[in-house]
Design a protein around this ligand. Structure first.
Ligand SMILES: [Zn+2]
Length: 200
């Protein structure tokens, strides 16, 4: 996509904006009150608002390589500040961690990332997912690691005391999702059955 296409795209969007003027002016005047924080991958093919048909104001989003939330002791100020703002100030009721099939970050980790790449440093927060997947003796290592990474990042969320407390008080729920790029469908991890099932 050329930059020119983006510039023309804004002209098209302003027409949509006018048609939905009430929604946008409410968001300006009343501020944002999203109920959901979304942790997704930076991958251009997995656009949160598209895949769940969300509107402006619905999702408080953070995206990075391989939908990672480093644990609290990693002191990553980017993801922790998004998390703190979402949970402590916006009082979101849900956090969705959404991985996806064909994740380039996970693939790179499986194939080995050069030590001098900063991506290697970032992906250390997902290494345990690879180890967990390697212990499974069925299925494909790539998709098993992608799934294990979603579960691992959900664990990392609980390393933040304010998240753990709100989850304990049932004021906050963590959802582990997987988007299938080849079908557009999302699966969720069922904690009770210990299996992945389609949302719909
Ligand atoms: Zn990805």
């Amino acid at each position: 996509m050329s930059l020119e296409k983006l510039m023309k795209g804004n002209a098209v969007f302003t027409k949509t904006y006018e048609k939905n003027k009430q929604l946008y002016s409410d968001l300006v005047n009343e501020g944002q009150h999203p109920k959901v924080m979304w942790v997704g991958c930076s991958d251009s093919r997995v656009v949160p608002e598209f895949i769940v048909k969300a509107n402006a104001g619905d999702l408080f989003v953070t995206r990075n390589i391989a939908n990672i939330i480093p644990p609290s002791d990693a002191k990553d100020s980017n993801s922790s500040s998004v998390l703190e703002y979402a949970v402590e100030h916006l009082h979101v009721e849900h956090i969705v961690i959404c991985g996806h099939t064909g994740c380039g970050g996970i693939n790179a980790m499986l194939q080995g990332i050069p030590q001098d790449s900063i991506i290697n440093d970032w992906m250390k927060h997902a290494y345990k997912a690879k180890e967990n997947a390697e212990q499974q003796n069925r299925g494909d290592l790539e998709i098993n690691t992608i799934k294990a990474n979603v579960l691992l990042q959900a664990e990392h969320l609980l390393s933040f005391s304010y998240v753990k407390e709100k989850v304990g008080r049932k004021q906050l729920k963590i959802h582990k999702w997987l988007y299938d790029m080849s079908s557009g469908k999302i699966s969720f991890y069922d904690d009770h059955k210990n299996e992945w099932n389609l949302l719909n």
